[in-house]
Ligand binder design. Structure first.
Ligand code: ADP
Ligand code: MG
Length: 709
């Protein structure tokens, strides 16, 4: 106990992660967690059944941790870095189950040859010992840490059957339990490994460029800032920027897009993606365990452990159900015999049946396995779903709102016209505009700077730079305040827009965004920029309508004319233009009224408040920006909307499967309960209904791994 005080609580990042094998039911995970938590040098421990992982903060050597895991009846492996380890074989368990099965079969055949019952019971007894050893061990440790898991219930039932002289029954329940667990483990391991595949995508070594030429180095030894060479056909080992070379890169592991993207000098490349054609010289910008891919994997794993709302119901149910049925079992075994009702053995047998069905195994795993599968499926397609709740909400969406700039449109506007309206040279107007925009992060600012740059027009010395959200930007040059922005900005300063009106409307009709340049007293000129709708936007929005989205809305700070044109091109139902950032939030709230579930899609950079306000925030372009990954509930890694319909359909499917699982496990349990009293149930059927139902629930959830929209 002393250790707990003098060792500070570890941070999450210092936690060790072990992969646990042999857990058959989430109650086993709970037992193991309790067992580990009771150790004096363990500060914090979490065991997740659905991912098969244990997170632990402790001050022991890994061997002692492994020993303790072993004691509780499982095997544990310390995971180092992001590399996955080969699955340890569960061959021992398989052999035991096979042997036990043989003994049962022998005993059964021999019992028909007139051999004494004592001899056949020996065979059954051996079967119980062989396949019951592992659950018995786990049961012992579960009881020691005061938890009532499946192993405990099963052990009591087997011992009880033996006491009743029902050796065959005892042997078959233990054997069925073992077989059921093997099958469950096998299938759930497939779900757990859905993410492990992603980890294996980064090559362990890279070609480091040194003074002596290319040297092969392990990626862990390569530092940020060093230069590596990626040959054609190789996977890119680390995140970086291309210094030299051109190639097409398949970014499917990150973005889910299988069409290769052309990359040239200055472009970013990500670890795990495939360099298809040319040799690339890349400047490394991330260490091996901080690549975009490893961050995605980390986020996905965290998401898989986050509980969904439906899980809360299941947990509450399980928390009452097990103790009630357990008590009912005790009463059944004790009270009627005391009152001399019926035969004593019959009541004992009924009590044992109750014990077997006291663990709502299938129910407990009905939600988490489905969530792990769905999130795993999504991750492989470049969709990051950040937990069960996000999945649930996505399944219920009926209105989706989109930001215009950068979301529906490419977000890379270009200047298409510069018009001077006062006695300044066009060159000077652009120079002023460039100065104002120099500090702005708005896509429009980039367009103007790029345009000036192309014509070798430099910026001036400015000060008091400021962004005016939703309106424009300002800077002071030579003591005069200059502004670049929309009509709202200038109207607020009581400037007459009379002389620009005609031009203004002309550009707007064509869907251009007009940026006015001026001082507090005079408009100097007008720069028209235009942005194109992405080809994929119209397709994605069409699919959303097809899958039954009630309404698709566009929110934009841009002017009415541009909004109208873009809305038409992108197939939006309704649009709201000239919104300030706070108006977007208000609009989302307005849409959320009367129970509609609203999703907001944005680029996650300047739409953070609206994303946070919506029931579901969806950010795109996650591969490029960390802010997007952090603020949203769902992140589309690619820079377009194509995957959104799939994400929504997958979520709906997940919800359907979870509902099926919950109902199925409730009904099997209740049926088993109902069958006890008319004496229709036998112990082995009870076990079968239990492990069988759990297996069916797992298999049903696994359909999500292969779900295609
Ligand atoms: P949206 O992303 O929907 O275009 P914003 O709030 O980002 O909405 O911008 C709204 C409008 O404000 C833009 O259409 C533009 O007219 C004006 N604006 C914002 N920032 C700038 C800027 N740096 N330079 C010029 N105009 C700007
Ligand atoms: Mg925007």
């Amino acid at each position: 106990m002393l250790h707990k005080k003098d060792k500070p609580l570890h941070q999450d990042t210092n936690d060790q992660i072990y992969r646990i094998e042999g857990m058959d039911c989430s109650s086993c995970a709970a037992s193991l967690e309790k067992h580990m938590a009771n150790l004096p040098s363990v500060q914090k421990v979490q065991v997740h059944f659905s991912t098969g992982k244990m997170k632990i903060a402790h001050s022991l050597p890994p061997e002692s941790i492994q020993k303790e895991i072993k004691k509780a009846g499982y095997t544990g492996q310390l995971l180092t870095g992001q590399k996955s380890l080969p699955s340890t074989s569960t061959a021992k368990g398989n052999v035991a189950a096979l042997l036990a099965g043989l003994f049962i079969a022998c005993g059964y055949i021999l019992s028909h040859t007139g051999l004494s019952q004592f001899t056949t019971d020996i065979f059954y007894g051996l079967a119980i010992v062989i396949s019951g050893a592992k659950p018995a061990k786990s049961a012992y440790y579960a009881l020691k840490s005061r938890s009532l898991d499946m192993n405990v219930l099963m052990a009591i039932a087997a011992i009880g059957a033996a006491i009743l002289g029902e050796w065959l029954e005892g042997a078959s329940i233990v054997w069925l339990f073992a077989i059921g667990n093997i099958l469950q483990n096998k299938s759930i391991d497939k779900t757990r490994s859905s993410i492990r595949d992603l980890m294996d995508l980064t090559p362990p070594q890279a070609w480091l460029k040194t003074a002596r030429g290319l040297v092969q180095q392990s990626i862990e030894a390569i530092k940020v800032g060093e230069t590596i060479v990626v040959k054609p056909g190789e996977r890119i080992p680390l995140d970086g920027t291309i210094l030299n070379g051109e190639s097409s890169v398949n970014q499917a592991p990150i973005t889910g897009e299988s069409v290769p993207v052309d990359k040239k000098e200055g472009d970013a490349v990500y670890a795990g993606t495939v360099n298809e054609s040319g040799a690339l010289e890349v400047k490394v910008i991330s260490s091996a365990n901080d690549t975009t891919l490893s961050r995605i994997i980390h986020l996905v794993e965290e998401a898989q452990e986050k509980k969904a709302k439906s899980q809360a119901f299941v947990d509450r149910f399980a928390a009452i159900y097990t103790p009630i049925v357990f008590l009912l079992a005790i009463f059944t075994m004790i009270i009627p015999p005391l009152l001399n009702v019926g035969s004593r053995n019959e009541w004992l047998y009924k009590g044992l049946e109750l014990l077997v069905i006291a663990c709502p195994c299938a129910l407990v795993i009905s939600t988490p396995v489905a969530i792990v599968s769905a999130i795993g499926n999504a991750a492989k397609k470049g969709i990051l779903i950040k937990g069960g709740t996000a999945l649930e909400t996505a399944g219920k969406l009926n209105v989706v709102a989109f930001d215009k700039t950068g979301t529906l449109t490419k977000g890379k506007p270009t200047v298409c016209s510069v018009n001077v309206l006062a006695e300044v040279a066009e060159k000077d107007l652009l120079s002023i505009a460039r100065t104002i925009e120099e500090q702005s992060k708005h896509p429009i600012a980039k367009a103007i700077i790029e345009h000036a740059e192309k014509r070798n027009i430099i910026g001036l010395k400015g000060e008091a730079y400021q962004a005016i959200p939703g309106k424009g930007a300002t800077a002071t040059i030579n003591g005069i305040d200059y502004f670049a922005g929309n009509e709202k900005l200038f109207a607020e300063m009581n400037l007459s827009l009379q002389n620009v009106k005609v031009l203004f409307e002309e550009f707007q009709q064509e869907g251009h965004t007009v940026v006015l340049i001026g001082t507090r007293t005079k408009i100097l000129g007008l720069i028209a920029v235009s942005d194109q709708v992405r080809e994929s936007s119209a397709y994605a929005l069409k699919r959303l309508k097809e899958i039954g989205m009630a309404e698709i809305v566009m929110l934009t700070g841009d002017n009415e004319g541009t909004a109208k044109k873009i809305a038409k091109e992108a197939l939006v139902n309704r649009y709201f233009a000239e919104l300030l950032p706070e108006d977007k939030v208000a609009k989302i709230n307005q849409l959320r009224k009367d129970g509609t579930v609203v999703g907001m899609v944005g680029d996650g950079i300047n739409d953070a408040p609206a994303l946070a306000t919506a029931d579901l925030g969806i950010a795109m372009g996650g591969a490029g920006t960390d802010t997007a990954i952090e603020t949203a509930d769902i992140v589309l890694m690619a820079d377009h909307l194509e995957k959104l319909p799939h994400a929504i359909q997958l979520s709906r499917k997940a919800m359907t499967i979870i509902k099926q699982n919950i109902w199925f496990s409730l009904i099997t349990k209740l049926t088993a309960l109902a069958l006890i009293y008319p004496n229709y149930l036998t112990l082995w059927i009870a076990v079968l209904s239990d492990t069988g139902a759990a297996l069916i629930v797992i298999l049903n959830s696994m359909r999500l791994l292969r779900f295609k929209a």
